[in-house]
Design a binder for this molecule. Sequence first.
Ligand code: AMP
Length: 448
Amino acid sequence: MFSELALNDRLLKAITKLGFEKTTPVQAQAIPLALAGKDLLVSAKTGSGKTAAFLLPSLHRFLENPAPDSGTRALILVPTRELARQVLKQCSQFADFTNIKSTMIIGGEDFKFQKSQFRKNPEIVIATPGRLVEHLDAGSIDFKDLEVLVLDEADRMLDMGFVEDVMHIAKACNNKRQTLLFSATLKQRGLEEIIGEALNEPEKLILDTHKDEHSQIRQQAVLADDNDHKDKLLATLLENETYNKALVFTNKKVQATRLCGLMRYKNNRAGVLQGDLSQEERNHVMSLFRNGQVNVLIATDVAARGIDVDGIDLVINYDMPRNGDDYIHRIGRTGRADSEGVAISFVTSFEWNLKAAIERYLRHNFEKRTIKGFEGKFKGPKKLKSSGKSAGAKKFKQEKKGEAEKTKNRLRDKKNVGKRRKPSTKPEPGSNTHKRSDAGFEPPKKRI
Ligand code: AMP
């Protein structure tokens, strides 16, 4: 319960207004530690309620210790503009009954306007690293008074090449501040460097056990032959599945745009979200998706990071994501805060190994699903015969044994050079009876 967290009454009022009843696990564990002023290193999945886990303790601290003459008191760094928007929205909701001001600084928006925002001295700045570094370098803002630095989705920031910017910003912050780092995984390469630079003896909270994660999401795999086949599968699923809002992921921007056109042609209310769109176009499609005018959003990973839209209950991976973490981020868009969802991945023969690797990573096997009337030729890799070794492998072993025997004989012959040979009953090496016949030899079959 939130009331057990001893949060300021004005925050509890906002929480009640939002309809949050119980704390999520990340909130229950991280909020007390953050309130105690500890640095935190938290691995928590997308959709776990981590935004409230870092916003509420910071807001509580500012309400309990007003500092009207202070500069910016909290800085929240996020990887994407979309996520920045969502964090700002939650922040305004939690701060509804307070006078705490927050502002958002993201790329693609007017620099001078942003500079004027800093002059209003907001307590909380939510920013993407690239644009914030420009402001720091231009002297528009400083973080000398900073009390809390939050690095949200730190793994994503690394993925997107923000490591230097994050380090630069962390160095510019008051070094007595508290730092809270949230990441879907703590195994990301480069994370150690940031942790070493930005955190001070952090408490570590691991809330993700891949297995339990997303238990409210049914994860299915549909085998596909090629893009043509995938197009048909997608159109059929969008026509026949029961869903409120669907999010379709592709690995390439052009593919996303093409599919959007195709799905519109098939009478879907489809929109596209990919990195080449202007900020205005992104905002437009996101608001259409939020209000339901668009109910199928076709997106690439980078563009879709941080999307938190209510009612997404179907995620389709038109292309398999490139790794397990991307998969988790994609499917985390559905089944948020314990609602239910379905995630369907299309898998061609080229994507089979990737699917297997992701299953191993998640320690969870996808349900195999076929779409009636659209079964393809690809049925999964050919299985090796289960009764021990394959015929090819057996033959290979016999051949190897033969080779070893021959080598042994050759060595013995070498040792016996100049000695009289005893009459032998065994045929001479190299005689016809020992001759290896390569005809009909098959190397062992490789797994695909
Ligand atoms: P997040 O992981 O912070 O992006 O949160 C995912 C979604 O869960 C957001 O839409 C939040 O508004 C919602 N949420 C967060 N905490 C709670 C809670 N304790 N109860 C219900 N919904 C929540």
